[in-house]
Ligand binder design. Structure first.
Ligand SMILES: NC(=O)c1ccc[n+]([C@@H]2O[C@H](COP(=O)([O-])OP(=O)(O)OC[C@H]3O[C@@H](n4cnc5c(N)ncnc54)[C@H](OP(=O)(O)O)[C@@H]3O)[C@@H](O)[C@H]2O)c1
Length: 293
């Protein structure tokens, strides 16, 4: 459902032609037929469904949302099957596609972004894991709810690191009406917010089997920045080569994205406890990577 939710936003906003590719062709065709009905009278863009990678050979952006199953307690529960799947998809994209920018959504997103980049050998700027922007959105939502401030008054609420239990909400940069959030909350509130952000998906699962709309909007924003060449500043997962003191790991960091993919990994000074948590998060992701190598 994540894939078709993203396609729905692209089609309803007349962004570009959309091809839905699924191993079960009939499902791709059905979703495409349904989504086609949102195309406005002023748009000549199309939506079609297929199981044939040749049909996406010219794609400017490819979004990967495939998933071999559902995890219940931890995003890494089905890690081996997911890594096998992403390697298979990577081989096909490498064979059939020209020079796409690839957005990895499937979980565990940091690990799969890493394996996709390694399998294809594509530039790290063209392989982007989308998740930290969703975590940041959740962070802002929880601050707004718990502290009782308007969403619009909260700025720079970033979450970096793993899209998982070791994610790092960056309290030191978050502002409320331009003032530092950290001066308005105590350590207990900080702990509660952190726990709530990390467990957001588990809480959501008590009411709905999976999330789809938040990630769809965040992914749509990135696709739009690429298609329209409008620079977006957002946290996303990318292979680090020394930035933030990390190597050989993909994890959420602040980046700038436009038509050529990631144009800049932004530097940002974190406080010592955030640096420590960021390092632990890198270590956690690297352990997952090593566990399936
Ligand atoms: N990054 C984020 O922040 C974020 C947020 C939400 C969800 N997600 C992730 O997004 C992924 C998709 O979630 P969803 O709810 O959309 O799942 P879904 O509705 O179950 O869709 C998964 C799709 O993957 C296909 N698939 C299954 N096994 C495959 C394989 N071996 N090779 C290729 N395709 C295969 C399925 O095809 P068939 O129809 O043929 O079975 C199905 O269409 C999950 O990994 C989820 O954790 C990430």
């Amino acid at each position: 459902m994540v894939g078709s939710s993203i396609a729905f936003l692209c089609a309803s906003n007349s962004l570009d032609d959309v091809v839905l590719l699924n191993r079960t062709k009939s499902k791709a065709i059905g979703e495409a037929m349904d989504i086609s009905n949102v195309i406005s009278q002023t748009s000549n863009f199309t939506v079609r469904g297929t199981d044939d990678y040749q049909e996406i050979s010219q794609a400017k952006v490819i979004v990967i949302t495939a998933s071999t199953g559902v995890y219940l307690k931890n995003r890494t529960e089905i890690i081996s099957a997911q890594v096998e799947m992403i390697k298979d998809i990577a081989k096909k994209i490498k064979t059939y596609c020209m020079s796409p920018i690839v957005l990895v959504i499937s979980n565990p997103v940091d690990v799969l972004t890493y394996f996709f980049q390694k399998e294809t050998g594509m530039s790290r700027n063209s392989v982007i894991g989308i998740a930290s922007s969703l975590d940041s959105q959740r962070f802002r939502y929880i601050i707004s709810k718990n502290i009782g401030v308007k969403n619009t008054h909260i700025t720079d609420a970033w979450v970096f690191g793993e899209h998982g239990d070791s994610m790092v909400p960056i309290f030191s940069k978050t502002k409320i009406k331009g003032k530092n959030l950290i001066e308005k909350i105590n350590s207990k509130q900080k702990e509660e917010i952190t726990k709530e952000v990390r467990n957001y998906w588990r809480t959501l699962r008590k009411f709905k089997t999976r999330s789809q709309f938040g990630i769809a909007k965040n992914t749509f924003d990135v696709i739009k920045s690429i298609i329209k060449n409008q620079t977006i500043s957002t946290p996303a997962s990318v292979l680090l080569e020394g930035e933030f003191g990390q190597n050989e790991v993909c994890m959420g960091v602040p980046v700038k994205i436009s038509s050529s993919g990631i144009t800049e990994i932004q530097s940002m000074e974190l406080n010592s406890s955030e640096q420590d948590l960021f390092q632990k998060s890198a270590h956690t992701i690297r352990n997952y990577i090593d566990s399936v190598y």
